[in-house]
Design a protein around this ligand. Structure first.
Ligand code: ZN
Length: 340
């Protein structure tokens, strides 16, 4: 089959990879209907994360089940399924508490590489959620968004304790940040402040329900958010970047007693303990347990109450994956959908 392999920073190739097959009786093989490039794929692409030899890429996926192992009971060949970036059993105490991305049996899907024609999904019954029917083509991008960016933005909002009447700020205008705006509105936020300097992204944030746009970053951004909130800061702040600057902007934009939901993969973030101590801010985040939210998100998508697929502003055939990475790296595209 064809699949994306990162050989070295900025060296993305689509090449022949071995067809995946069932290795464990709990596995399933799916044929990808769509896949995509993630903001987190840019860390190794830019050389900020070390690339250890040729690496299959991709951890977002929707597709049709081709084959299941002998111990798979719920998932059946022919079903259209959505999964996320950690395979999980969905039965251990950590999964049952809603933290499937820390499942005691978790397996990262990124190492298996979903930017390809086929994918082996471990722990199929726990990991995959089947849609009620095969989706119409126009819902496929939305379901693919649920696989990571929507589920991650949603977790950011839940972790930040977003709720009715609250003022929410979102730091980061990538796909996760934009969908965190959508999540915040769905969860009842009264006011949503999006931090973005890019006009197309500001427009999409407004489409998803942002009521205010802040263009400043760092401490200037903090000052703007304080201005908009009677000097107090937001009740809930979602951090969707993962840098020192964005994390401090998020914490400093939160009012005393408020909550930060941090879902940007942290790179080089170090928090000042004394400032944290006196801030009275709650911090919760990490790799999103997308599996917890998938049934609800699929339902909202099928009812057409949300349209998270709009974050895909560039669609390319899988063979042009290298151009997809370039477009995201240069911020010419918010998120790139790849058609296998
Ligand atoms: Zn588990």
């Amino acid at each position: 089959m064809r699949g994306v392999v990162l050989h070295a920073p900025r060296d993305v190739r689509v090449e022949e990879r071995e067809d995946p097959r069932i290795l464990l009786p709990t596995d399933a093989i799916i044929r990808l209907s769509a896949t995509c490039v993630c903001g987190s794929d840019l860390w190794p692409y830019r050389g900020i994360e070390t690339v250890h030899g040729p690496s299959p890429m991709g951890h977002e996926y929707v597709g049709v089940v081709q084959e299941v192992g002998s111990e798979v009971r719920e998932i059946k060949p022919g079903q259209f399924v959505v999964g996320s970036f950690f395979a999980s059993d969905n039965t251990c105490p950590i999964c049952r508490a809603g933290y499937q991305s820390s499942c005691v049996h978790r397996e990262p899907v990124g190492g298996l590489g979903s930017q390809a024609e086929y994918l082996r999904v471990p722990l199929a019954d726990g990991t995959l959620v089947a849609t009620p029917d095969p989706p119409p083509d126009d819902l496929v991008p939305a379901l693919l968004a649920a696989s990571d960016v929507l589920g991650t933005g949603w977790f950011g909002a839940v972790a930040a304790e977003v709720g009715p009447g609250k003022t929410v700020a979102v730091v980061g205008d990538g796909a996760v940040g934009l969908l965190a705006v959508l999540a915040a509105r769905q969860l009842g936020a009264e006011r949503v402040i999006a931090v973005s300097r890019h006009e197309p992204r500001q427009k999409l944030a407004t489409h998803y329900g942002a009521t205010d746009i802040v263009t400043e970053r760092g401490d200037d951004g903090v000052a703007r958010i304080k201005d908009l909130t009677d000097g107090l800061g937001a009740h809930s702040v979602i951090e969707a970047v993962g840098t020192q600057e964005s994390m401090l902007q998020a914490i400093r934009s939160t009012r005393a007693g408020g909550h930060v939901g941090y879902v940007g993969v942290a790179h080089g973030v170090e928090l000042p303990g004394e400032e944290l101590f006196f801030s009275h801010v709650h911090l919760h985040g990490g790799p999103a347990p997308v599996r917890r939210f998938l049934p609800e998100l699929i339902d909202l998508i099928y009812k057409r109450e949300i349209d998270p697929g709009r974050v895909f502003d560039l669609t390319l055939p899988l063979d042009q994956a290298a151009e997809g990475y370039r477009a995201m790296d240069e911020r010419r595209a918010i998120k790139v959908l790849l058609n296998p």
